[in-house]
Design a protein around this ligand. Structure first.
Ligand code: HMG
Ligand code: MG
Length: 305
């Protein structure tokens, strides 16, 4: 299959990135980051979560973030674990939510304190409630290429959960390599397997970059016909319930790779780099993005000999 001439990026940095940073940013700074990402041309952005603030304090007050974001030309999504989260998200004006299931029982238990089956029952009610209110719902499957607690994960389990999420009304399912252990051929085969139960235009991919395989995995999935890719500005974050997991693949690195292959993303790399620099300054950390590092070195010029 040939690679599509355009790819949609779902920017997850303000949620997946910031949820696992040591410093908690204020709702105002989170909104400012989202506004800068939108100004860079990103049209789908995950803005935060309506989860327990005890479990993930970095995402507390996502309602305040939503209130401060300029929503023009922007699809903002928020993560929701249950009906309470849905009610709070709707009260805050959310127009898109994401529910998050797993392909591994132990991860499901550690992340959301219930079995996969219980989570799917819970999400069926959440997604139905969302749709009744005109709110779109996305579904995640975590641990699609490996689990921090169970190791190998069966592709059939991934396809089952992905199929169930679509069946209950999710418009798209994002396949999450939560701990970033996958490699390209494995990633491609997984997409092919899920494509047996889901149309390719409903499959997104979500790679963490723990072992440096994320860009190669993305390319393998694009070759398999995927057209929606999740990434996080500056490669921020990780997962609080997946020890050792690195952040998502950096959006700058994905945009650079796609631009160099003449694949349209609608994103300005310069503005994106500026948004990443803003996030890193707020977090007092360096970007994980190799492209951001290379551009910074180029700006500094050759060192004085
Ligand atoms: P639980 O303990 O089973 O639920 O947690 P509970 O109903 O007994 O509630 C426990 C406490 O949470 C109570 O507070 C509730 O009020 C509160 P307390 O009485 O103890 O003070 N609570 C809530 N508060 C705010 N908003 C809510 C909410 N619901 C309950 N919606 C629960 C179950 C799911 C709530 C909890 O485990 C939780 O919030 N977990 C956080 C999960 C999370 O955010 N994980 C990270 C995101 S997943 C991820 O990163 C992977 C992904 O990126 C894809 C990939 O990489 O693969 C998506
Ligand atoms: Mg993730």
């Amino acid at each position: 299959m040939s690679v599509s001439s355009s790819v949609t990026i779902v920017e997850v940095g303000p949620r997946d990135g910031l949820q696992n940073e040591k410093l908690t940013l204020s709702p105002q700074i989170r909104a400012e980051l989202i506004n800068r990402l939108a100004a860079a041309g990103l049209t789908r952005i995950e803005a935060g979560s309506f989860v327990s603030p005890t479990a993930v304090p970095q995402m507390a007050h996502t309602d305040q973030t939503l209130a401060l974001v300029s929503k023009q030309n922007l699809r903002l999504a928020v993560l929701v674990p249950n009906l309470r989260g849905l009610a709070d998200a709707i009260a805050a004006g959310a127009e898109e939510i994401a529910v998050f299931a797993a392909a591994s029982e132990t991860f499901s238990k550690r992340n959301i304190n219930c079995s996969i089956e219980q989570s799917l029952e819970r999400y069926a009610a959440v997604v139905a409630g969302a749709r009744r209110r005109g709110v779109m719902a996305r579904g995640y499957v975590s641990c699609v290429l490996g689990c921090p607690y169970e190791g190998a994960v069966d592709g059939a389990a991934v396809a089952n959960v992905a199929g169930a999420l679509l069946e209950m009304g999710c418009f798209e399912v994002s396949l999450g390599d939560t701990i970033g252990v996958g490699a390209p051929l494995q990633a491609r085969r997984l997409v092919e397997r899920v494509a047996a139960v889901a149309p390719l235009d409903k499959i997104a991919v979500h790679f963490h970059d723990t072992y440096g395989q994320a860009l190669a995995n993305i390319f393998a999935c694009l070759e398999a016909g995927v057209r929606v890719v999740d990434s996080s500005v500056a490669g921020l974050g990780g997962c609080p319930f997946a020890p050792g997991a690195a952040g998502n693949v950096a959006t700058e690195d994905v945009v650079y790779m796609l631009q160099r292959m003449d694949i349209e993303t609608g994103v300005s790399l310069d503005r994106l780099l500026a948004a990443g620099a803003f996030a890193c300054a707020q977090l007092n950390r360096a970007p994980a993005s190799r492209v951001a590092q290379a551009y910074a070195a180029k700006r500094r010029g050759p060192a004085d000999a």
